[in-house]
Design a protein around this ligand. Structure first.
Ligand code: HEC
Ligand code: HEC
Ligand code: HEC
Ligand code: HEC
Ligand code: HEC
Ligand code: HEC
Ligand code: HEC
Ligand code: HEC
Ligand code: HEC
Ligand code: HEC
Length: 351
């Protein structure tokens, strides 16, 4: 009796183990199966239609070919056909986030689009490879309109940080996703950027801005500790210079929280905008200032008590009439709490 019970128990154990080990692909029941890839909710409602319509939020699982209006009748041919002619591209692609994810999705569902999820159905191109437009190309002379290119990516990546892509300054200036991203090779540690780092990617077009970070005073961006995207969202925002936050000050407070206040005694221009005195990308003045002290202060404080002098070289430490308001740290020697004071006797920002 005990022997049969033991046999029964082991049989049950074996059956359970076998069921558990069955490969994901063998249990294809779209969506309802807990072993499917987690759904990546990357897209909002609209642009999914570009991928033929998903019944689930589009991740890699069950991806369909991107829609290419220039080859409406093309049929998907599958990755093996593409790589027969494009083996070198396939090798570079193999190390990327997309390739790794798509590999798993393809194993689970052999009809999943991989190359064609971005490049569109390829039968027309495979028959006539030199006719431009039949495949979604992301190069500027590839014959595919920018809008078709970006729609291909946005089919999976609309929404979130790209909520304001349409109408953004980069979209209006005809940038394609591929101006900053190269998903065909793993050139950067993360983000699939077209150059090794985010800063190098931006610098392909914004050399002047990148150059400003080489000035005497700068935040540690050339040192690799900050990136343009700490302050900007290149995909579009609701404000003009693509700032990640609603105002300049909110952007600065992300890291300089101690400047947020509120202070018992506020210095009005600090509350208004840090840019009244600082420049974000680099300055040849100390502390990223837009002008040297005391001239900086005197732009606003001129017709009152002691700042009412105009300074000249005679007032330098070596001059005929040295003035302490020009010497050393200038106004800051006394008005040191320039961003605001919490001291009961600090209304003039002395302490
Ligand atoms: C019969 C061989 C062949 C097959 C199959 C093929 N291609 Fe191509 N493909 C080519 C050739 C040749 C070119 C270069 C055309 C040119 O330079 O004008 C090319 C160009 C391209 C380009 C670059 C377009 C540009 O100008 O930037 C892309 C993208 C591309 N193919 C993707 C694919 C994909 C995806 C598949 C599978 C759906 C595929 N190809 C299947 C031969 C092929
Ligand atoms: C995630 C989207 C995506 C996937 C998936 C993808 N590609 Fe690409 N492909 C691109 C982009 C973007 C470019 C343009 C890269 C650039 O700026 O040079 C490109 C460029 C190409 C080119 C032109 C030559 C080059 O490297 O610039 C070929 C050929 C190509 N892809 C083939 C393939 C093949 C074959 C596959 C599948 C093994 C594939 N692609 C998968 C997005 C994709
Ligand atoms: C079939 C859907 C699909 C398409 C089409 C697609 N992607 Fe992706 N992409 C994904 C998924 C899923 C991830 C992984 C998301 C994650 O890890 O959160 C991803 C990741 C990324 C990442 C982040 C990579 C990283 O290492 O952090 C970038 C950048 C990206 N995609 C750009 C693009 C661009 C550019 C295109 C168009 C050329 C494109 N994608 C087309 C599904 C897609
Ligand atoms: C002007 C440059 C630029 C353009 C154009 C651009 N991106 Fe990006 N994108 C970036 C940078 C830089 C990052 C890296 C952010 C990071 O790693 O923190 C990024 C990150 C991403 C990511 C991964 C992180 C996330 O936000 O989920 C995805 C996905 C992505 N971009 C998709 C796209 C798509 C789709 C397009 C085209 C509609 C596009 N990007 C156009 C610069 C750009
Ligand atoms: C392919 C070229 C290109 C690349 C790469 C590029 N940009 Fe731009 N960017 C532009 C153009 C063009 C404009 C519009 C310039 C103008 O109107 O004067 C612009 C404008 C901007 C603006 C100003 C917005 C405004 O309203 O004044 C910011 C900020 C910006 N880009 C940030 C970035 C960042 C951050 C990156 C890297 C992630 C980047 N850009 C990469 C071409 C590029
Ligand atoms: C510390 C935050 C910060 C960082 C980091 C930063 N920016 Fe900016 N950026 C700003 C602010 C704030 C403005 C608005 C300046 C103004 O209105 O005078 C701006 C403006 C811009 C503009 C448009 C106005 C102009 O001066 O031409 C461009 C383009 C730009 N940034 C590109 C970049 C690029 C490229 C990088 C990386 C190399 C970068 N920024 C890094 C904060 C930053
Ligand atoms: C992503 C984080 C980050 C953001 C956002 C940021 N900063 Fe900074 N900032 C730093 C770091 C890091 C330093 C260097 C601190 C050090 O060396 O001790 C710095 C230094 C400074 C300095 C002193 C520079 C010097 O030469 O002494 C000023 C001024 C400054 N930031 C102003 C700003 C302003 C204005 C903004 C908003 C436009 C801003 N920061 C946004 C990280 C940031
Ligand atoms: C009225 C002009 C003025 C405004 C507005 C201003 N600052 Fe400053 N800031 C200065 C001066 C002057 C210094 C140099 C102080 C010194 O050398 O002791 C300085 C220094 C700094 C420093 C480096 C030294 C420190 O105190 O940490 C940071 C960081 C900084 N400011 C951030 C900000 C931020 C963030 C804002 C916006 C909330 C801002 N500043 C607004 C005048 C200003
Ligand atoms: C962009 C204009 C601007 C700049 C630059 C500026 N301030 Fe001010 N400052 C103001 C305003 C506005 C007030 C508030 C005046 C009021 O409440 O009557 C103020 C108030 C003050 C006060 C308190 C005076 C009082 O009556 O309460 C002192 C002290 C002061 N600033 C010193 C400085 C110093 C030192 C600098 C240079 C590092 C400087 N300010 C730069 C605009 C500026
Ligand atoms: C040697 C110390 C010292 C230096 C240097 C100094 N101040 Fe003052 N400042 C003071 C004192 C003390 C007061 C307060 C006077 C009072 O409360 O009656 C004051 C008051 C002020 C006020 C408020 C004036 C008013 O009408 O209420 C302003 C604005 C001001 N200083 C700006 C400046 C500027 C700008 C500089 C640099 C050009 C500067 N100070 C340099 C000590 C100094």
């Amino acid at each position: 009796m005990r022997f049969f019970a033991g046999l029964l128990l082991s049989a049950v154990a074996i059956l359970v183990t076998v069921g558990w080990l069955t490969p994901v692909g063998a249990q294809d029941t779209r969506g309802s199966n807990p072993h499917n890839l987690p759904e990546t909710n990357l897209a909002s409602e609209g642009p999914q239609a570009w991928h033929g319509g998903f019944d689930a939020p589009p991740g890699f699982a069950h991806a369909t070919a991107a829609r290419n209006p220039q080859a409406p009748d093309a049929k998907p041919v599958g990755e093996a056909t593409c790589t027969a002619c494009h083996s070198r591209e396939q090798q570079n692609f193999a190390h990327t986030t997309h390739a790794l994810g798509m590999r798993v999705a393809l194993a689970a569902d052999p009809s999943t689009a991989t190359c064609e999820a971005c490049h569109g159905a390829g039968s027309a191109h495979a028959e006539n490879p030199t006719k431009k437009g039949l495949i979604i190309a992301f190069t500027h002379d590839g014959g595919t309109p920018i809008q078709t290119q970006t729609s291909s990516c946005l089919g999976c990546h609309a929404g979130g940080p790209r909520d304001h892509w349409t109408g953004s300054v980069h979209q209006r200036n005809d940038l394609s996703c591929s101006d900053c991203h190269n998903p065909m090779a793993k050139l950067s540690a993360e983000g699939l950027t077209a150059k090794q780092s985010i800063n190098d990617t931006c610098a392909t077009c914004h050399k002047d801005i990148r150059q400003q970070f080489n000035r005497r005073s700068h935040m540690p961006l050339p040192e690799g500790q900050m990136a343009c995207v700490d302050c900007h969202n290149p995909h579009g925002t609701i404000n003009a210079p693509l700032l990640k936050t609603n105002t300049v000050n909110e952007t600065c407070y992300q890291c300089h929280a101690e400047k947020r206040g509120p202070f018992l005694f506020e210095h009005a221009p600090v509350r208004e905008s840090c840019l009244n005195c600082h420049t974000p990308h680099g300055s040849n003045q100390h502390a990223l200032l837009v002008a040297p002290v005391p001239m900086l202060c005197q732009q606003c404080h001129s017709h009152m008590r002691h700042p009412n002098d105009l300074f000249n070289e005679q007032m330098l430490a070596t001059g005929a009439a040295p003035d302490e308001r020009l010497m050393g740290r200038g106004c800051l020697s006394c008005h040191s709490q320039i961003h605001g004071s919490n001291n009961p006797s600090g209304p003039r920002f002395h302490k």
